[in-house]
Design a protein around this ligand. Sequence first.
Ligand code: SAM
Length: 154
Amino acid sequence: MFTPWPIGFVSTPYKDTSDIPKGLGTRHDAEGVITILPDFELGLTDIEGFSHLFVIWEFDRTQHFELLGTPPADNRRHGVFATRSPLRPNPIGLTVVELLHRNKAELHVRGVDMLDGTPILDVKPYLSSIPSESLRRGWLEEAEARANGNATVS
Ligand SMILES: C[S@@+](CC[C@H](N)C(=O)[O-])C[C@H]1O[C@@H](n2cnc3c(N)ncnc32)[C@H](O)[C@@H]1O
């Protein structure tokens, strides 16, 4: 296996995990700046044309993992691989952000959900060809239905 190393770091408004919005219906509108390290800046060539990016990053402030957990969006337990829990065997985060603009090695983005100073492992253009009507949202859909008082699955 390869040993990952940061290609950059992200500045966000979040100093503590309790600052980050969580739970059903949460929208991530916060802005942040991903600063790519000089060795990798050339790799940003032509990124400006993309509206959204996948950002792959490290949960660098978690120490352990839990295979079952209760996410903020539900009061029931789910497997880690059926959630976006930060407590994962490989502490890798994935966030889709909107690219607002680039200034040299800086990517100004909207939609961050990482702590300030989080190491960035990779950035890729966001492209999805899956029509929304083909997407199933699993337990999240059921949790939303329960929260709205019209659950059909118990
Ligand atoms: C639910 S995870 C989702 C992250 C990403 N969107 C994903 O799906 O992989 C987001 C939470 O991870 C935690 N978190 C954010 N940055 C972190 C970091 N650098 N180290 C550890 N935990 C972090 C915060 O509690 C935050 O609310």
